[in-house]
Design a protein around this ligand. Structure first.
Ligand code: SAM
Length: 251
């Protein structure tokens, strides 16, 4: 059975709050109900109750939501989990991404590609690039990631035929043909666009390079965990972004 070790990340649940913490024997977690000394849980299994607290092994979703440093708007797991499967990401696939931003999406993509896959990701701003690099290192998502600190430059990857690509930059329009060139025939591409006018503009640039276009957004509605008063939460996130998917047409 896997037990909690020094240096592990743990997810602490206290009432309706969640905290992601690193276990260090000489540190503790202090909360309104008391103090959890990490030395007391080293060697114990995950999924335990300690007083008012529940201690779990964090999922990738929790690492992204509660663990990474955000230097940019990140793509939420509700979107990236869908994007990853929509783009058919799996062990061994070779994948292109820009911009890396804080690396939240990169972590999800990396987790799908396994040891034999690879993701090539570009971030134009040095300050943001450094944050993404640190986030990926901190949570162990560097083994299949090649990072570039520059605007997407097809020359850096011209010898590669990509299985899929994902673009999350404010102005993706000038890159449509360049992305098309580095993709395998029929390969899928995804774009994330926060506003409707960006979607409209991108649609004008996709032809004749891409077809089978789909545009959607993902709404999630959370529910109160109460068997007597089971009903939706009072508030919800109304909009994160539009997702546009298409496939390469060979010419
Ligand atoms: N997907 C990221 C995440 O989940 O953390 C967030 C990406 S953020 C919204 C957009 C990023 O694209 C910014 O960090 C910006 O600096 C970068 N960017 C803008 N134009 C770019 C380009 N041409 N090439 C590479 N990165 C670019």
């Amino acid at each position: 059975m896997e037990t909690i070790k020094e240096g592990d990340w743990i997810l602490i649940r206290f009432k309706d709050k969640r905290y992601l913490k690193r276990v260090e024997a000489d540190k503790n977690f202090s909360y309104k109900g008391g103090i959890l000394y990490f030395k007391d849980i080293i060697g114990k299994p995950y999924g335990i109750r300690v007083g008012d607290l529940l201690i779990f092994k964090p999922t990738l979703e929790e690492i992204i939501l509660y663990g990474i440093k955000r230097e940019t708007q990140i793509i939420y797991p509700k979107d990236t989990f869908y994007i990853a499967k929509k783009l058919n990401l799996e062990e061994g696939k070779i994948f292109l991404e820009f911009g890396t931003g804080s690396g939240a999406a990169t972590m999800v993509f990396s987790s799908c590609l396994g040891k034999s896959g690879k993701i090539y990701t570009f971030e134009s701003q040095e300050r943001i690039f450094k944050v993404a690099k640190r986030n990926l290192e901190k949570f162990g998502y560097t083994h299949n990631v090649v990072m570039f600190n520059k605007p997407f430059d097809p020359k850096e990857v011209e010898d590669i035929s990509f299985d899929a690509a994902f673009v999350d930059v404010r102005e993706p329009y000038p890159y449509v043909e360049q992305v098309w060139k580095v993709l395998k025939p029929s390969a899928p591409v995804g774009f994330l666009l926060p506003t409707a006018n960006q979607v409209q503009e991108l649609l004008k640039h996709l032809s004749p390079y891409f077809g089978d276009i789909e545009i959607l957004e993902i709404l999630t509605r959370y529910y109160k965990v109460n068997p007597e008063r089971f009903r939706p939460e009072d508030t919800m996130v109304g909009h994160t972004a539009y997702l546009l998917f298409a496939k390469k047409i060979s010419m």
